[in-house]
Design a protein. Structure first.
Length: 67
């Protein structure tokens, strides 16, 4: 199990949190996703090796995920 936090630029409301959460949850192996527009972060608990796929999925949903 792996836990990591990603910065997500462009989240400005609870609707954005939902879109980011839905995008992240498309990646197989996720256990928990907690997006927070106030801090601009998303906390992920998932199988190891999912971070790049989560970054890509969130980016495809229209948000920047700086490295």
């Amino acid at each position: 199990m792996d836990r990591y936090e990603l910065r997500v630029e462009g989240m400005s409301c609870t609707g954005c949190e939902e879109r980011v959460t839905n995008a992240a949850e498309r990646v197989e192996g996720l256990r928990r996703v907690d997006a927070d527009h106030e801090t601009g972060t998303v906390e992920i608990t998932a199988d190891e090796g999912t971070e790049d796929a989560v970054r890509a999925s969130i980016h495809e949903a229209g948000y920047d995920v700086p490295a």
